[in-house]
Design a protein around this ligand. Structure first.
Ligand code: PLP
Length: 446
């Protein structure tokens, strides 16, 4: 009997004992191909000598000292490195480091509020976010996210957040509407909502540049974020890009939003930033946000015990070195393109895959009961969960989610292999996904 409060109280998952590259091994000696790095975390695979040495050296020097008393070298260097990579507007920006994506989102929301209060606009407090977004599980982040199932038990405890539709072409585009017109319509929903709420009350708009966990790696429609940027600017609303899942190189550029040619005001990062070797997240604030605080109270109205943890920061610096020295983002673009092609070749005409979508090494397939009508399977079948379980039995780890149609119906499976994934593993991932799908369809009895 386990004393651990597992995600499921009726089953205990296998015990993992070691990992190398894209492979994990459990205590029974079973080997799994980790095609999703957990939740798009392990971007360097498992076991990395440079990162191991960096963590060990930092532990030997100093692991922890409270930020109320000290700064530390890895945190300073990491902040400099991230600000240097950040898009236009971040030249005089700054970074803070936290322990998880949810903490980063909470800090970003509070930073947006502080910005407005410091500038003498305390009436700006409202947040606008998108339906079906996932921004984390702490109460502020959960309130911001739009995943109905995950929010449902906590609804009475969640702050009110205004919501606009997700930019999700597979299910949102009208017949005959081209991509740009769709992107314009989706972005204009933000302006309508800001006007409805009263522009002078809105603090920030929050979105994942490439939608992650709850919709399944959906790239934005062309022109969508450029229009969002313009709308935010015209109404004095800050734009928070939640890059916890899609950032740190996952889509082929360090920041996912770079590919849209626009910049956010506040950016969150986590997952790939520490590649799973340490729990670390970042919030980047652009120059104008930093200047408002510097010219106002001069203090950050937020803090945590483990902020700027030296070991986490040393780890993230070593991850950045790996990305740069091995030119891994070029590999993400190259192998990501191949993965997309292979998924399309295998599932593009499949009767039960309605959509293959993604960017970089961040891809999803949406499972449907009927490809023509896009009808999802009955949620009682728990298709995504069944897929994950069967895939694991076949030795493949991938990341399932349900609710992509309306928060309850709809199943997709996400893969996010390591940035140095090779062709053989791409083939194996697609082959095992195909076998898993066939087995699940046989169980579903269609
Ligand atoms: N934001 C996004 C976009 C995420 O995908 C996630 C996690 O999946 C989070 C925030 C929350 O991160 P964490 O689980 O590290 O708290």
């Amino acid at each position: 009997m386990s004393s651990l409060l597992h995600r499921s109280l009726s089953t205990t998952p296998p015990t993992v004992v070691s990992g190398r590259g894209a492979r994990l091994t459990d205590d029974k000696g079973r080997v799994y191909l980790d095609a999703s790095g957990g939740a798009a975390v392990s971007c360097l695979g498992h076991g990395n000598e440079r990162v191991r040495r960096a963590i060990a050296a930092q532990l030997d020097a100093i692991a922890y000292a409270h930020t109320g008393f000290f700064t530390n070298e890895p945190a300073e260097r990491l902040a400099t490195a991230l600000v240097a990579r950040a898009p236009e507007g971040f030249g005089s920006g700054r970074a803070m480091f936290l322990g998880s994506g949810s903490e980063a989102v909470e800090a970003a929301l509070k930073l947006a509020r502080q910005y407005h209060v410091e500038r003498g606009e305390p009436q700006r407090y409202r947040i606008v976010a998108r339906e079906m977004a996932y921004h984390g599980n702490t109460l502020g982040a959960l309130a911001t996210g739009g995943h109905r199932q995950r929010r449902a038990p906590y609804l009475p405890m969640l702050a009110e957040v205004a919501r606009i539709p997700a930019c999700f072409p597979y299910r949102g585009r009208h017949e005959g509407e081209d991509e740009e017109a769709f992107g314009r319509r989706m972005a204009d929903a933000l302006e309508d909502e800001i006007l409805r709420l009263g522009p002078q009350t809105v603090a920030a708009f929050v979105a994942e540049p490439v939608a992650g966990a709850s919709l399944g790696s959906v790239p934005p429609a062309a022109g969508y974020f450029a229009r969002i940027r313009d709308i935010c600017d015209r109404h004095g609303v800050l734009f928070i890009a939640d890059e916890v899942m899609c950032g740190s190189g996952r889509t082929g550029s360090f920041f996912a939003l770079e590919q849209e040619g626009v910049s956010a005001d506040i950016i969150t990062l986590a997952k790939g930033l520490g590649a799973g070797f340490q729990p670390i997240a970042a919030v980047l604030a652009c120059g104008k946000v930093v200047e408002a605080i510097a010219g106002g109270s001069g203090t950050l109205w937020h803090g945590h015990t483990y902020m700027s943890h030296a070991v986490g920061c040393a780890c993230a610096l070593a991850v950045l070195e790996e990305l740069d020295e091995r030119d891994l983002l070029a590999n993400v673009r190259r192998q990501g393109h191949k993965l997309g092609q292979k998924l399309l070749a295998r599932f593009g005409q499949s009767a039960h895959i309605g959509d293959v979508r993604g960017r970089g090494l961040f891809w999803s397939v949406e499972i449907v009961a009927d490809r023509t009508t896009k009808a999802p399977f009955d949620p009682r079948l728990k298709m995504a969960a069944m897929f994950k379980k069967r895939a694991q039995e076949l030795g493949l780890l991938c990341y399932p989610s349900s609710g992509c149609v309306d928060g309850e119906r709809g199943d997709h499976v996400l893969v996010a292999p390591p940035y140095d994934v090779e062709d053989d593993d791409l083939d194996l991932i697609v082959d095992l996904m195909g076998r898993t799908l066939d087995d699940c369809i046989a169980v579903a009895g269609t």
